[in-house]
Structures are given as C-alpha cells and as structure tokens.
Design a protein. Structure first.
Length: 426
C-alpha cells in the first residue's frame, strides 16, 4: 500500500520530529470514536440536505411560485459561496487551536450552535432576503463543524484504516441525507421541518463533543499568526503538490456532475415526470439511493483497504455515477428515476469512501490537515455555486432536463479521466 508520510507530498527531505498533536496516527481507532464521527456526519448532512432537497424548494415556492427556480438558485448559490470560505477558514483556524479539548472539538461545538440558531431563523424568515441570510448562516456553521470532524480522521486514524472509516463516515452522510428528507416530509411544511433538522443536528453532535478529544497542540508549536501568510496558505501549488491538485480536480468534477443531477430533482419529478407528490418522490428516490450508498460505501472502503489500492475504485465509481445521469437523460419516467437513483447510489457510495481515503494520503503536511481538507472541500462546495448557474439556463433555455442530465454525465466522466494523473497513490 502506498502512503505519504507526515512530512508532505514530494518534500524530498526527512521531516523534523513532529509534536505529538501532529504525528501520523498508528493506533487503530475504536468503535465508540468511529460512531461519534458517523453521528456528527449524519446530523450535519440532515441539516444540509433536508433544506436542500425539500424545505428550501417549498419555501422558495411559497415566496414566488412563478420564479421558484430562480429564488431557489439564489439561496443555494449564496449559501454555497459562503461554504467556499467557511470550510477552509474553519479548518485552518482549527489547525491552530490550542484548546485542552484538542484542535477539532471546539469548532464542532461552535459550528453546531451557529447552524442550530440559523435553522430556527429560517423557520421564521419573513422574506427571501432573510431566507438567503439564514441559509448562509447554516452553511457557515455546518461547514465549520464538518471541516473539524473531517480533519479529525487523518489526525487520529492510521492510513490503513481510512477506507473503513471513510466508508462508515460516508454511510453517516448518506443516512443523514435520508433522514433530512424524512424530517422534511414528516413535518408537513418547511417551518416545522427546520425545527426538526435543528434539533436533530444538535443531538447528533453530542457524542463527538464527549469522545472527540485529541492531543492538544502546544502553544509553542503553533506558528505565529500573520494575515498575509494565513491567506497565502490557502493556495496549495499544484506544481509543487501535483497529486493534491489532481485529487482536487477529480473530486470537483464528480461533485459538479452530482450537483447537476440532484439540484432540480424536486422540480424534475414535478414538471418532467409528472409525479403527483414530488416531495414524497424525492424521499423515495433518496431512500433507494441511500440504501445502495450504505452498502457500497462500507464494502468499497474495506475492500480498498484490503487490496491497498484507491484509483481503480474511484474510476469505477465515476463511470457508474455518469451512467445514472444517462439513464435520467434518456428515459424521464418514474421507473427510470428509480433505476437512476440506485445506480447513482452504487457509484457515489464507493466514491465517498475511497476518494476520501485517497485524499488523506496526498495532504501536503500534518500541521495544515484541517486547512488542506478545507481546500479539498471547496471541490464539494464550488459545484453547488456553479450548478445553479449552469442548471437554470440549461433547463429553461437549452434543452430542459434531458440536456441537464447529459451535461452531468459528461462532467462526471472527466473525473474518471483525471484520477489517473495521481502518481503517489495506487
């Protein structure tokens, strides 16, 4: 199995001895710690995707039925723009946190509290402007918590266990997506739905706040803070760290294809398929998708650990995701949507588990794990900004949903191409 050491990708020199908080982990993590990480991912994703899949669409339609697509695109676009900044900044600040609880727990706590309050604000939003503000604050809080809990994995999980942990974390993400849709559907309206998501997020964060403590970073080991250096650090040179650059591009393309696939799913069922209850339809499709993701994420992550390879799994998952888009583009019917959801789940489950393990193996250095994973997470967030900009004109003026899903397939296929450029991981 090919793994990078803590000194950084392609450093060419032996690294100096690292402080205890920054050393590569060697002891396998236990079930209780993994469970806490899974639950945190579950709560964050319920708070993300309950609104994204159902609640924001319902709220946008209540404000302006004739321009619901544009209102939804406005909210999701601004929210994703906030996440572009919040995730890497929170990750970088958590890298330098010297709390006795460790570097990550304070940011999970603060991010969760902010997102909880913002979801309550969304429930009572009197206008589109307040809705957009509330969603931006949810994105800020959830991304801060997500950046911290994600960085905890390379902090505490040895490389040979990361496929397993990545698969289980992906399972938590996926179940969270389902539960977000369930909470939205059970609420019977977006106001109560936001309350349900807020309470669920808070409850799921508690185990990590108890079990997520790690070795604190000594103040003497924290580099001095300078704004110029801090901001400059968010640029990770693809020339100096090419594997990191190619891994970022692969994740960006696959997530852009996935964002194009899912953004207008509610309206696709309502307007193209003619499904009588699109909210229930989203719930059904999400349930199928999630069931398959859980299986392929857990099995794919373990399988990747066992054979010591990552890239073949990422290629196979990218091709499978593109196939799901082809199905939706060619046969816009309810049975085809069911098949597309299953195929998408098969591909995305394996991608979530194995690509995450691959990414942790190309991080430049141990001190900046949170920041560098935050930069990687821009490849998750930036597609959410670009998808509304691409999807709205495609659906309204350039061919409708058939064209949208065709573009999603092509974009996803490119991810399978560029992963081959990564040299340091097999």
């Amino acid at each position: 199995m090919t793994f990078h050491d803590a000194g950084g990708q392609g450093s060419g020199t032996s690294p100096a001895p690292l402080p205890a908080a920054l050393r590569e982990p060697v002891q396998r993590v236990r079930a209780g710690w993994i469970t806490a990480v899974v639950l945190t991912n579950l709560g964050i994703n319920a708070a993300f995707f309950g609104p994204l899949q159902v609640l924001l669409a319902q709220q946008s339609q209540s404000f302006d039925p004739g321009r619901k697509e544009a209102v939804l695109a406005l909210a999701t676009g601004f929210g994703a723009a906030v996440s572009l900044v919040a995730n890497p900044v929170a990750g970088a600040l958590s890298d330098r946190t010297t709390s006795r609880l460790g570097r990550r727990v304070p940011w999970v706590l603060g991010g969760t509290v902010l997102a909880f309050a913002a979801l309550l604000l969304l429930a009572g939003a009197p206008s589109v402007a307040v809705m957009v503000l509330g969603w931006c604050l949810v994105q800020a809080g959830c991304n801060a918590a997500y950046a911290a809990v994600t960085a905890a994995v390379p902090d505490q999980v040895p490389a040979a266990q990361r496929g397993q942990v990545g698969g289980l974390a992906a399972m938590g993400q996926t179940v969270g997506i389902v539960l977000g849709a369930v909470l939205a559907a059970l609420a019977g309206g977006f106001v109560l739905g936001y309350f349900y998501c807020a309470a669920f997020l808070l409850a799921c964060a508690v185990p990590f706040l108890v079990r997520g403590r790690s070795v604190p970073l000594d103040r003497r080991d924290r580099p001095p803070f300078r704004w110029a250096g801090f901001l400059k650090g968010f640029y990770v040179s693809p020339r100096r760290y090419p594997d990191f650059g190619w891994a970022w591009l692969t994740r960006f393309l696959v997530n852009l294809g996935n964002s194009l696939f899912t953004l207008y799913l509610f309206y696709f069922l309502q307007d193209a398929v003619g499904f009588p209850d699109p909210a229930a339809g989203v719930l059904i499709l999400t349930g199928i998708y999630a069931a398959v993701v859980v299986v392929t994420a857990v099995l794919g992550g373990r399988w990747s650990d066992a054979v010591g390879r990552r890239k073949p799994f990422v290629v196979a998952s990218s091709l499978t995701i593109a196939t799901a888009s082809v199905i939706m583009a060619t046969v816009p019917t309810w049975p085809a949507a069911l098949a597309g959801a299953a195929v998408l789940g098969a591909g995305f489950g394996m991608f979530l588990a194995v690509d995450f393990a691959l990414l942790t193996q190309v991080l430049p250095n141990a001190l900046d794990r949170g920041k560098d994973l935050g930069v990687i997470n821009i490849a998750n967030s930036l597609p959410q900004v670009l998808a509304p900009l691409l999807a709205a004109p495609i659906v309204l003026h350039l061919g409708g949903y058939r064209a949208l899903f065709s573009v999603a397939a092509v974009v996803g296929l490119l991810g399978a191409v560029f992963v081959h450029r990564i040299r340091g991981v097999r």
